[in-house]
Design a protein around this ligand. Structure first.
Ligand code: ZN
Length: 73
């Protein structure tokens, strides 16, 4: 997939990403499979991954300020 920022070729990789789920709550998903640009580090997710992220975030306890969840595809 082409990078939408610099036009470089994005490579599949695993990374940990924080997602804000509320005013004070953050969820960190570990080992998330993403496509990342080696030039500018812009990343993107494919649709199945993004849907799974949304599923996980929807189940998170919004009372927790910080939660770390391993992403299992
Ligand atoms: Zn790029």
């Amino acid at each position: 997939m082409k990078c939408r920022v610099c036009g470089g070729t994005q490579q599949p990789t695993n990374t940990d990403l924080p997602f804000k789920t509320g005013e004070r709550s953050i969820v960190i998903l570990k080992s998330l499979p993403v496509l990342q640009c080696p030039q500018c580090h812009e990343y993107s997710m494919d649709d199945p991954t993004f849907r799974r992220v949304e599923e996980i975030l929807a189940r998170v306890d919004s009372g927790a300020e910080l939660e770390i969840i391993p992403f299992a595809a």
